[in-house]
Structure formats: structure tokens, C-alpha cells
Design a protein around this ligand. Structure first.
Ligand SMILES: Nc1ncnc2c1ncn2[C@@H]1O[C@H](COP(=O)(O)OP(=O)(O)OP(=O)(O)O)[C@@H](O)[C@H]1O
Length: 351
């Protein structure tokens, strides 16, 4: 997205001082409460004025304290979707969508509202009052409203955190479709590691108003495995299952995974906790688990009392966690051939 930022802003008791450059199409902002994530969003959107610094997006200077440049929010072509989207309560969904759309210059109205509504699956809601929407529908309408303005950048500040798990993950595929179809770069603020891994290709980690790390979501997930009781979550995007002994077999690269879930409709995303994988040094004779994958250990990483074991299963990556004594007993080291057993019901469908 070619974003260059070096900005300072002081509030009473809080100092924001951040500098970075990114070319990522989808950038995540991660950090504890009060670390400055929303401040960054507000500075990017022009809703808060920096005390000093420079902000350049796609070669365009949006702010430069020395040159006294400060492009107002409405001229930045940056859309924001917040956690609590304020739709106009007196208008129906269509009225909400078209309110902003009609106010942008005709030459910028390049996104077809009907097509967008189909992508976001809100066409059937157009005549519905904005007050009669579920949380997930409301956020999809808010997203559509932002996208209809044909923004050069979409900012999303905790857009899913008010929703229950099911709704939350229902929205993610829609969001991904929209970003890809209309080629819109994204800055995405969230506390959720899973959302980061599903949505962004680079993450900035904030602490007390400062940038402390600029890394990939995968690296961040590994660093934070220690704090997570489930360990690391393996993600599997699977489709086209075939029935097998009352279960469902999915291709996973050159491997096959057998699951209890039938996701015949579309590509589905499943997670598997690293602690739910059992490792064997030799081929076990008979086991109840429906999956036995053969792999080679590519990496080991320390997690206090546990060890993360990264396996290469015919080109696919799988991370298991076991305790240190098991590593020694099994003689696990990089290059060790290993068998990983997984129960068919250990996979959880995300969407
Ligand atoms: N307009 C403001 N006036 C005074 N202080 C502010 C203002 N905006 C933010 N702050 C302070 O700046 C700090 C960072 O706030 P910010 O909202 O950016 O954090 P955050 O990382 O988004 O937190 P959360 O995850 O809880 O939303 C907080 O201490 C907040 O109280």
C-alpha cells in the first residue's frame, strides 16, 4: 500500500510516537488496550491532528508539519469501519448505503452497489430498517457503506469484537472477497491473533504508544503461543470432501485429512490445536484416530514447559506441541521422521 508514517501526538498522560513504512496490502495493528491502535486509525483518517511528523500514502502527502500540509478527512479517500457502526436509524439499509454513495463525485462511483450487496450477501436486507439488523448484518452494511465510497484505503478498528464467535467468523470470508475484488488495501486493528492470521500479511505491534515490532502474523502467533492454553492453532483451508466411512475426507496438499465435518458448500476454514496432535516415532500398529500423517521435523521451538514441533508433511506445515521429556524420549530433532495422529473430531470449523 506504500504507507510512510512518522507521527507524534501527545495526549494528557499518553505519548504516541510511531514511525514505519509498509508495502503490505493488508496490515494488522496489534497491541494491548491503550497502546495507541485507535490513535493510529484516527491519525490516518485525519480525525485527530498530529502534533508533528509526516504521513504519506501512495505517494500522496496527507500530513507534513514542516510544510504545513494537512489534508482534511473527506479528501483523504480513506474509509473507516468502527466496532460500533453508526448507521442512520431513520433510514433503511438501502438509504444508508446510498447516502454516502450519492455524495461522492460521479467519477468515483465505480463500484456497482448491486454487485457489492451480492458479495456481502446483504441484497435481501435493502428494505429492512437499520434498527432491525443482527450485529453481523450491521457490520456487513457498514462495510458496504465504506466500500461504496471507493476508498483508496480501508481502516477497520476492531470491527468484529462486538460480535459472537459465529457471526465474527462469518464475516471474514466476505471481507476477504470484497478486498480482493475491489483491490482495496486494509489496515485492520484487532486484539485477536486469529483474525490477524486470517486477514493480514504483516502486523505492527504497539506498546505504550510505540511500535515494538513489525512482523508476520505467523511469527507473532508463535511468539505468543506460550500465553495460549491451546498452544498454536493450525489453520486448514479445505474443500471438496468425499464421504469415507461416515466421515469426510479432504485433500490437504498431497495428504488426506479425515474430519467429522461435511463442508461441501464452499472452501471451509478449520483449526486444530497443536496440543491435539500426538506424535509417534514409528508407525503405530492400530490407533483409533482417523488421521496418521507422515512428516519430517523441520524446526523445534521452546515454549517454557512445552516444545513446539514443526513438521513438514509432504510440503504442508503442521505444528504440534509436546512436553520436553517426550522430545527426549522420542529423540526428536530437525530431520527426524515422525508420524502425527489426529482424531477426526479434533478439527473445529471456523467458517
Ligand atoms: N482524544 C483523546 N484525548 C485524550 N486522551 C486520549 C484521546 N484519545 C486517546 N487517548 C488516550 O490515548 C491512549 C491510547 O488510546 P487508544 O484508543 O489509541 O488505544 P487502543 O490501543 O486503541 O486501546 P483499545 O484497544 O482499548 O481500543 C489511551 O490512554 C487513551 O486514553
Amino acid at each position: 500500500m506504500n504507507l510512510n508514517l512518522a507521527l507524534q501526538k501527545k495526549f494528557d498522560g499518553f505519548e504516541f510516537d510511531v514511525a514505519f513504512h509498509t508495502d503490505s496490502k493488508r496490515l494488522g495493528i496489534f497491541g494491548r488496550s491503550g497502546s495507541g491502535k485507535s490513535t493510529l486509525v484516527n491519525l490516518l483518517a485525519g480525525l485527530v491532528s498530529p502534533d508533528s511528523g509526516v504521513l504519506r500514502f501512495a505517494e500522496r502527502v496527507l500530513f507534513d508539519s514542516v510544510r504545513r500540509i494537512c489534508v482534511p478527512p473527506q479528501k483523504r479517500r480513506i474509509a473507516v469501519v468502527f466496532q460500533h457502526s453508526h448507521l442512520f436509524p431513520h433510514l433503511n439499509v438501502e438509504g444508508n448505503l446510498l447516502y454516502g454513495y450519492r455524495r461522492i463525485p460521479a467519477m468515483d462511483r465505480t463500484i456497482d452497489p448491486d454487485e457489492l450487496c451480492r458479495v456481502l450477501d446483504i441484497s435481501h436486507l435493502l428494505k429492512r430498517s437499520a434498527n432491525d439488523l443482527s450485529g453481523g448484518e450491521r457490520q456487513r452494511v457498514a462495510l458496504a457503506r465504506g466500500v461504496l465510497a471507493n476508498p483508496h484505503l480501508l481502516l477497520m478498528d476492531e470491527p468484529l469484537s462486538g460480535l459472537d464467535e459465529k457471526l465474527k467468523y462469518q464475516i471474514i470470508p466476505y471481507l476477504k472477497d470484497v478486498l480482493e475484488r475491489y483491490d482495496i488495501p486494509l489496515v485492520y486493528v484487532s486484539h485477536s491473533m486469529n483474525e490477524m492470521r486470517m486477514l493480514v500479511d504483516e502486523v505492527l505491534v504497539f506498546e505504550k504508544g510505540n511500535l515494538v515490532s513489525q512482523t508476520s502474523p505467523e511469527t507473532l502467533a508463535r511468539l505468543r503461543m506460550k500465553d495460549c492454553p491451546l498452544g498454536y492453532l493450525n489453520f486448514f483451508a479445505l474443500q471438496e470432501p468425499t464421504p469415507r466411512d461416515h466421515l469426510w475426507a479432504y485433500p490437504w496438499g498431497d495428504n488426506t485429512l479425515v474430519l467429522t465435518h461435511n463442508a461441501a458448500d464452499n472452501e471451509a476454514l478449520f483449526t486444530l490445536a497443536s496440543k491435539d496432535i500426538v506424535l509417534f516415532r514409528r508407525h503405530p500398529e492400530s490407533i483409533s484416530a482417523r488421521n496418521l500423517l507422515q512428516g519430517t521435523v523441520s524446526n523445534l521451538f521452546d515454549l517454557d514447559q512445552r516444545v513446539g514441533i514443526e513438521l513438514n508433511c509432504k510440503g504442508q506445515r503442521l505444528v504440534a506441541t509436546i512436553v520436553q521429556p517426550a522430545v527426549e524420549e522420542l529423540g526428536i530433532a530437525p530431520g527426524t521422521e515422525i508420524f502425527a495422529s489426529i482424531k477426526a473430531d479434533a478439527f473445529r470449523r471456523v467458517y
